[in-house]
Write a protein that binds this ligand. Sequence first.
Ligand SMILES: O=C(O)CCC(=O)C(=O)O
Ligand SMILES: [Fe+2]
Length: 220
Amino acid sequence: MELFPRERADPAPGVVHLPDWLSPAEQRELVAACREWARPPAGMRTVRMPNGGEMSVRSLSLGWHWYPYRYVRTVEDGDGSPVKPFPPVLGELARRALADAYGPEPTGIAGTADYRPDIGVVNHYAHGAHMGLHQDKDERVDAPVVSLSIGDGCVFRLGNTETRTRPWTDLELRSGDLLVFGGPMRFAYHGVPRTHPRTADPALGLVGRLNITIRQSGLV
Ligand SMILES: O=C(O)CCC(=O)C(=O)O
Ligand SMILES: [Fe+2]
C-alpha cells in the first residue's frame, strides 16, 4: 500500500500509465488464467532468436502465435499445435483500457475507431529475466498496444521511435498497472532492463512478473 496513491502519467504523446488499474481480484483471476493458458499444447515456452540465443522470459501467445519475427496460427517453433484462441476477456480489458487511457472518443490516436484486438502475448519474468529494447512491429496495423503487469515490479524503458539508444524514459511498473502505447509512440523502442524480485504481494501466489500485451494483428 502506498501512502499516496500513484497517479496517472502521460510520459510521452500516446503513452498512458494508469497505476493500480486492475483490482486485486482481477489480478488473481488473470494469474489463474495465465496458468491455464501456459499448459501444453501450445503452452509457455522459451523463445529462440534467429542468432541462436534464447530470450530470458518465457512466453505464450493467444490468437496468433508470435515467434521471431512473425505471427502464425500454429506453434511452428515448438510443439506444432494450433495457437489457443484469443480470449474474449482480454478483448474486453483492452477496450476498457483504451477508453480509460484516451477517453471515450479519442482523437489523433491511430486504430482506436475500428479497434479489433486479436493477439495476447503473455511473458513470465523469473528473477533475473529481462527484455532488451525492441519495437513491436510484426503487427500490420497501428492500433495501440495494451500492456498489463502483474506480480513483481519492474523498470520499463520507454525509448524513442528512431533508435535503440537514448533518449529514453524509465518508468516503474507494478502489479495491476496498465500501460498503453499508441499514436506517435506505437512503434517506439521499449524493454524491461530489470524486475524487482519479491516485490509482489505474496497473496498473489506468483513468483516473478507476468506481463500481458494485447494487440491487433491486422491479419485475417
Ligand atoms: O514486459 C513488458 O512490460 C514488455 C513486454 C514487451 O515489450 C513485449 O512482449 O513485446
Ligand atoms: Fe514489446
